[in-house]
Design a protein around this ligand. Structure first.
Ligand SMILES: Cc1cc2nc3c(=O)[nH]c(=O)nc-3n(C[C@H](O)[C@H](O)[C@H](O)COP(=O)(O)O)c2cc1C
Length: 199
């Protein structure tokens, strides 16, 4: 198929980080006694079995040495209600601000990690760091997802997690967005249409 666009209609920029949408997750680190939360958009799933993720963090972040020292973190998925906290925890440092108190967040103990969870989030990934990769501006912490902790309110009678009800947010080109207009389920493009009974 020929494109209905020709290359002169594109402009070329130097390589950059323009991938979107991204989840602006609340990463908790430290312990119940000395916790901190920072916002991370450089995150994603990198393996299914074992389940693995990463967060890329600048060495100058207050959380950086905490992550290194404890070898653990928790990814707390952000909801619309948490948007302000997501932004605040991404522009203020735990070095001089108790972000958890300032945002009115509460903590729950981890089950497989000493790092606490942010209770207001509906889904938490408890992670143990397996590798640190210095990449340049950021160090990538590869991590195994030991456990997924889910708020029971979002589980239906059949045991399904109704994630669409969590009102999760995304981060697109410097702005937070609501999600939630479904366009089709996995595999919908190849699904056979159900025949309508003849009337
Ligand atoms: C939407 C958003 C995404 C961010 N993503 C990252 C990231 O992926 N890695 C990073 O090192 N900092 C990221 N930051 C910046 C840190 O969250 C910010 O510097 C924070 O103050 C660090 O907290 P700390 O000093 O308490 O560790 C992000 C900030 C925002 C607002």
């Amino acid at each position: 198929m020929t494109a209905d666009k020709d290359p002169t209609e594109l402009i070329t920029w130097k390589g950059g980080t323009l991938e979107a949408p991204l989840p602006p997750v609340l990463v908790s680190c430290g312990t119940m006694d000395a916790p901190n939360v920072l916002t991370v958009a450089w995150t994603g799933i990198v393996n299914t079995d074992p389940p693995m993720t990463y967060i890329s963090v600048r060495p100058e972040r207050f959380s950086f040495s905490i992550l290194r020292d404890t070898g653990e973190f928790v990814i707390n998925l952000p909801t619309e209600e948490l948007a302000r906290a997501v932004d605040f925890c991404g522009v203020r440092s735990g070095r001089n601000t108790d972000k958890i108190a300032a945002c009115g967040l509460s903590l729950l103990p981890g089950e497989t990690v000493r790092t606490p969870l942010v209770a207001e989030s509906p889904v938490h990934l408890e992670c143990t760091i397996t590798q640190e990769l210095p990449l340049g501006s950021h160090h990538m912490f590869l991590a195994r997802i030991n456990a997924v902790r889910v708020d029971k309110r979002y589980i239906d009678e059949s045991g399904r997690l109704c994630m669409e009800k969590c009102r999760l947010i995304s981060y697109i080109h410097g702005a937070y967005h609501a999600t939630g207009r479904p366009l089709g389920k996995f595999g919908f493009s190849v699904q056979k249409k159900k025949k309508r009974p003849r009337s």
